[in-house]
Design a protein around this ligand. Structure first.
Ligand SMILES: CC(C)(COP(=O)(O)OP(=O)(O)OC[C@H]1O[C@@H](n2cnc3c(N)ncnc32)[C@H](O)[C@@H]1OP(=O)(O)O)[C@@H](O)C(=O)NCCC(=O)NCCS
Length: 180
């Protein structure tokens, strides 16, 4: 995978490689109580955001996944991509988040369409999965609109600042995506 980073474009979004210049935007997004409320990390400090940006960028460099920066109107409004890849089983885990100011407009649902195409067609996944805190209804709604099915609840699956929490597992299969 590693090599020339693939830029994906839609009418509204440019999905491109994250750079050091994105630190301020990333720190604002991941430092937000609202954005991280239903994620397992909790809000990140500026120092943790530096580390997070490094980790997200390293996915591509280490051939371990890919994280795009989602740009809208010239501004970084979020990120999305694949991690926890199992090449042998042809599956990968989807992750994403959006700046709170950009919520409520269907942005992530739209930005994820070329990402899912890329996952199935270029990364050759047969299955894409996502794990959500059980109370993350907004995110579940996004996944369901894209055709993901909820498979079940994984008990005490993630350790958060509030303790162990249950997560729901969602999946989308390539054959279901092709038939949409
Ligand atoms: C997940 C996320 C990207 C969704 O973006 P968004 O802009 O909030 O989503 P949208 O507004 O486009 O769509 C959310 C859907 O949930 C619905 N919704 C909104 N509030 C809701 C609530 N409290 N309960 C249930 N559904 C709700 C909306 O009506 C909408 O459905 P619709 O498209 O049928 O109208 C964004 O909320 C986010 O960044 N969350 C934090 C990060 C995160 O949870 N990432 C997932 C971990 S993998």
């Amino acid at each position: 995978m590693a090599g020339f980073f693939p830029v994906l474009k839609t009418d509204d979004f440019v999905l491109r490689e994250l750079t050091d210049d994105d630190l301020e935007a990333i720190s604002s997004i991941w430092g937000s109580l609202k954005v991280t409320e239903k994620m397992s990390s909790g809000p990140l400090s500026h120092e943790d955001s530096v580390q997070m940006l490094y980790v997200l960028r390293s996915l591509w460099d280490n051939d371990a996944g890919i994280r795009w920066g989602v740009e809208h109107g010239g501004c970084l409004i979020g990120t999305c991509g694949f991690h926890n890849i199992n090449k042998g089983a042809r599956r990968g885990e989807l992750g994403y988040e959006l700046d709170y100011a950009a919520w409520g407009r269907g942005f992530m649902r739209k930005a994820l369409r070329p990402v899912l195409d890329y996952g199935f067609n270029i990364m050759r996944f047969e299955r894409i999965e996502a794990f959500l805190n059980v109370d993350n209804d907004r995110s579940a709604a996004v996944l369901k609109k894209l055709g993901f099915l909820r498979e079940g609840t994984l008990r005490e699956y993630a350790l958060t600042p509030k303790g162990l929490i249950d997560q729901n597992c969602f999946s989308l299969l390539k054959r279901d995506w092709k038939n949409q």
